[in-house]
Design a protein around this ligand. Structure first.
Ligand SMILES: Nc1ncnc2c1ncn2[C@@H]1O[C@H](COP(=O)(O)OP(=O)(O)OP(=O)(O)O)[C@@H](O)[C@H]1O
Ligand SMILES: O=P(O)(O)OC[C@H]1O[C@H](OP(=O)(O)OP(=O)(O)O)[C@H](O)[C@@H]1O
Length: 220
């Protein structure tokens, strides 16, 4: 398999856009279109292998060299802080990592007066760093999804989560307070693969870079 290039792709919302982008530089995997429960797919002719993994696991597969290349949101990279080469912003998956709170709370209360702020999030490390940099002590509550529910039921006063259209915040009576980071999808590469498979990987990066430069930027 060492002459193969292996990709770790997230199973969720990023997968389709990633495969569309790769197709523009001739990287395809017809086997992936078959409806089954397989997790590894091959394009034997072009010596390409694709693994479908949880979005949060992509950096791990790439860091350990099980995958040469990965596709992942900047939010995940900020949270995990792994030793990876990050050569390209793929210019899709636009969203923002924000601090938000219930609208009612925002109107009634001055957060500066709170002695203990509980913040629910999927991103505890980013959240801790962010509040520490502002000199604010917070209690972190790690959740794995539906973060906007936490303040509605008294689990936390605030949340740190992704916002794209704003519909989830709005429909749950919440408002944005501050932006922590702008998020897009990134290409990541294993550091050793960058040396041992330099020519093929460089070709992929250069090809994608050209496609991205020629594609008008779609703002969310
Ligand atoms: N509402 C959104 N709009 C645009 N991009 C988003 C949105 N939510 C998440 N993303 C981006 O897509 C990535 C993957 O999100 P997705 O929802 O597919 O997986 P996940 O559920 O966060 O991960 P996991 O499967 O590990 O729980 C995120 O890390 C982020 O970069
Ligand atoms: O601004 P919007 O367009 O409404 O998108 C934001 C929502 O999308 C993501 O959730 P996701 O759909 O991944 O579900 P989850 O809460 O289970 O992670 C994110 O965590 C927000 O909840």
């Amino acid at each position: 398999m060492s002459d193969y290039i292996t990709f770790a792709l997230p199973k969720g919302r990023i997968l389709e856009d990633s495969m569309e982008l790769f197709a523009k530089i001739g990287i395809t995997c017809p086997e992936m279109k078959e409806k089954n429960r397989k997790l590894v797919f091959e394009n034997k002719e072009d010596k390409l292998r694709f693994m479908a993994v949880r979005a949060t696991d992509v950096p791990t597969y790439v860091e350990y060299g099980c995958a040469d290349i990965g596709v992942v949101g900047k939010d995940t990279l900020l949270e995990q802080d792994k030793d990876l080469y990050e050569p390209l912003d793929l210019n899709f998956g636009y969203c923002r990592l924000v601090v938000a709170e219930p609208k009612a709370l925002s109107e009634q209360d001055d957060p500066a007066s709170w002695s203990n702020i509980r913040v629910a999030t999927k991103y505890p490390k980013v959240t801790e760093r962010y509040f520490a940099s502002k000199g604010v002590q917070v209690e972190l509550i790690k959740l794995y999804g539906s973060i906007e529910l936490a303040p509605l039921v008294g689990l936390s006063e605030r949340i740190v989560d992704l916002v794209s259209t704003g519909a989830t915040l709005r429909d749950n009576g919440m408002v944005e307070v501050e932006t922590i980071a702008e998020v897009t999808t990134r290409l990541i590469v294993n550091r050793a693969s960058m040396k041992t498979k330099h020519e093929r990987i460089r070709q992929i990066i250069d090809g994608l870079e050209k496609v991205i430069a020629d594609t008008p930027k779609i703002s969310q």
